[in-house]
Design a protein around this ligand. Sequence first.
Ligand code: NAD
Length: 514
Amino acid sequence: MAIVEPQSPTDDGHRRLALRSTATNEPVGEITVSTAEDVADAVTRARVAQQEWAEVPIAERAKIIRRAVDLLVKYREEIIETIRRDTGKTHIDALMIEIIAGLDFLTHWCARAVKDLSDEPLKPHGFQRVLKKVVMHYRPLGVVGVITPWNGPFALAINPSVQALLAGNAVLVKPSEVAPHSADWAVRLLHEAGVPEDAIQVLHGDGETGAALVRAGIDKISFTGSVGTGKKIAAACAEQLIPCTLELGGKDAMIVCADADLERAAGGAVFASVFNSGHVCMGVERIYVVESVADEFERLVEEKLREVRCGSGDDCDVGALFWDRQLSIIERHIEDAKAKGAEVIVGGEAVTNGGLFYPPTLVCNVDHSMALMKDETFGPIVSIMRVKDEEEALRLANDSEYGLSGSVWTKDTEKGVALAKRMETGSVLINDASMSYGILEAPFGGMKDSGLGQMNGMRSLRNYTFAQPIGVARRAPKTEPHWYPHSDKTTKDLDGMVKLVYGTVLKKLPFFTG
Ligand code: NAD
């Protein structure tokens, strides 16, 4: 979608927002904005449902949720259709980063749930091992709010929701008002799979609804969206001492070394800059190419970009812009870059007859005085800056308020890894870009303004629990040597232990170090 147009309120005073497709300009439904009272009602119902859902054994929760895999396969074309109406993206973008990603999230988290969430013994070191048996219990947090953006409206709703549900929480999803109906599908699939109605609910609305959800006395917020909103949510969560995960914007740098496979690097640069209409948090937004190979790299990028077809047809590679307001940001960045000496080689003008399209665009001769290289553009733009060497590329890559992801392109993997370790970003890929979120075993999250906390990774399901150690005394005499009353003997025994263990080689034994 979507062009969002306020309408007259409903009879009971709810605000209404009508939506028009950015691909066709046609009306594509409307949403009624949930008020703070609606949110409070949903939280009350979710609290009741969560108590029962948490009683369902983990293996059974996983079995129920796994049924959504078959449902997602079955309904995939209808879901793609909804996502396309919501966003204007191409069929293949919806299939690739919403449906296939959604299937992978569901199968992977369901497969891990029992192992990651069951109680497990913990072996303490030192005297505590003799005295206590410890079991780790992963308690559900309660009610989790999932607030999502418009660029991946199905995948970004289903991933955190499934994880939170598997961990025994109830979930309230607040999708973006710009692309609201894709999240309805995520919730419908889970209901049809057997998750109780109130254990996962959708609350439609805009920032007002999101803000009400954050303040509704829930137990965690999983937020994906802009830096500005993320900071407001962090402040509200801090006041209430509730945890939040913030997955925010990015300005990902791609470093093209002199020894890169230029054919592959150019193909990667084009795809990672323009897929999903360039609305990708970890899309490539800045390219630094070493001077000695810049001519050839730019030539290859231009050649490949000219082949990318933009439009609403089934044969198109890049669809419409998803939001009319994004166009003004893209245009501002391009105009600013042109005024400061950048050269637009391909594209550079919106096409607005019958829809809202911005053809894939190549801009060369850019530098850090330009908004195009500093602020998140979130559009289908390939921006290339020439640099003296890899050190200059690295310095410029790190010269950013963002730090979501990045990439290094070289045939020398060892050098690539060394450069990666010096990049101030949440993740780095060598000879690939924009795919870190898909490595579910790896935590995904941003440094600097790109976020707080991490999504996915080996501990991800546990991030929706409180890790509660339960220690059981191995022996239960009437009293313990360190309890009251204390005497000279207590002090002497403790001091003797200090000398015996920490004053000798005993302290090096694994029993004492853990
Ligand atoms: P946004 O911050 O405007 O909106 C995101 C969500 O927050 C929407 O549902 C919106 O209604 C809601 N919201 C708005 N104000 C709120 C408030 N005060 N309190 C609570 N909720 C509020 O972001 P957007 O424009 O929808 O999304 C684009 C941004 O998301 C880009 O910056 C992009 O990089 C980022 N993003 C990040 C990731 C990631 O994983 N790091 C993934 C996708 C998108």
